[in-house]
Design a protein around this ligand. Structure first.
Ligand SMILES: [Fe+2]
Length: 320
């Protein structure tokens, strides 16, 4: 008897399933975007080791830790900087409370992680602190999952953000570990998205923030750019989902309608609470996040209260 090789037909990818199969039906349907079940949760591929120079209090098991015992107003010792760097890579976003250092000190702290990013849109060439005032005139808008400024060829490496004035309650920021979102994709989906690229466009969203003249300058300075859909973190080697609902316009070399379904599927992966940390701000709180590792969402639930923050951006490199 001759055995014929079995023909194995590849299962359809989630975004190619129709209707209820695509995720509208019960959780057992094959294309369900996020199914219940065990999650694969790793902060790093290896062990970062203990912290000895300050206290690290995790806000949940995967992402986000509060640091106590570091004064951002004092010169940063080299050994403290190195240990903080280790904690930053492990926890993706570090939080500090009651930090009233001068803006100069905040800038010095950011500089310990690299050159500052040039602002270029509202004040070309400027680096340092940008102050944001949120009130009912400009309510909402950052309440969508995003990585800051991926419309740049070299999006920022990280941000230091301090709350100066905030509501009594509300105005939290949620950060999500984009490596966990990637790790938990089915194997066939990872294989399908690994080689993809997507166009990111800063200009589609800028109109709400800047004057027409600034928008025109931004269009000239920041034409749409292409980034990999999955980027490799240059320091940890982790693969992270690098498409976001604010700046990512389309998948390249794919039928636009199908590409949009791929994006919608990937955006939904960020919604699992196991990958997230929700930070409740107080005046003087500082968040220091790795913009190569996380996405974030500014909860817009506090108006007409006002929120004033100041932010320092650290220059990044080209995603690969
Ligand atoms: Fe943001």
């Amino acid at each position: 008897m001759t055995l014929r090789p079995a023909t194995v037909k590849a299962a359809p990818l989630p975004w190619d399933l129709a209707g209820a199969e695509a995720g509208l039906g019960p959780a057992s349907r094959p294309g369900r975007a996020i199914r219940g079940g065990p999650r694969n949760l790793h902060r790093l591929t290896g062990d970062s080791g203990p912290y000895e120079l300050f206290e690290v209090t995790p806000l949940n098991p995967l992402i986000g830790a509060e640091i106590t015992g570091v004064d951002l107003g004092a010169p940063l010792r080299a050994d403290v900087r190195d240990e903080l760097h280790r904690a930053w890579l492990e926890w993706k976003v570090l939080f500090f409370r009651d930090q009233w250092a001068s803006g100069t000190h905040l800038i010095e702290f950011a500089r310990a992680w690299g050159e500052l990013e040039e602002q270029q849109v509202t004040s070309p060439g400027a680096t340092g602190i940008t102050r944001y005032v949120k009130n009912t005139d400009n309510a909402g808008w950052e309440n969508a999952w995003h990585v800051d400024m991926t419309g740049r060829a070299e999006p920022a490496k990280g941000f230091v953000l301090r709350l100066l004035v905030g509501p009594d309650v509300g105005g939290d920021t949620i950060f999500v570990d984009a490596a966990a979102a990637y790790d938990n994709l089915p194997t066939d989906v990872r294989a399908a998205v690994d080689p993809l690229h997507a166009v990111h466009d800063l200009n589609a969203t800028l109109g709400r923030f800047v004057t027409p003249a600034e928008a025109a300058r931004a269009r000239a300075t920041f034409p749409p750019v292409t980034h990999p859909v999955v980027r490799t973190h240059p320091e940890t080697g982790r693969r992270t989902l690098f498409v976001n609902s604010v700046f990512t316009d389309r998948i390249t070399d794919m039928d636009p309608e199908r590409g949009e379904r791929v994006l919608q599927y990937l955006f939904r992966q960020l919604q699992a609470p196991e990958y997230q940390v929700r930070f409740c701000w107080r005046p003087g709180s500082v968040a220091f996040w790795d913009n190569r590792a996380v996405q974030h969402y500014a909860v817009s639930d506090y108006f007409p209260a006002m929120r004033i923050t100041e932010r320092v951006a650290i220059a990044g490199d080209k995603p690969y």
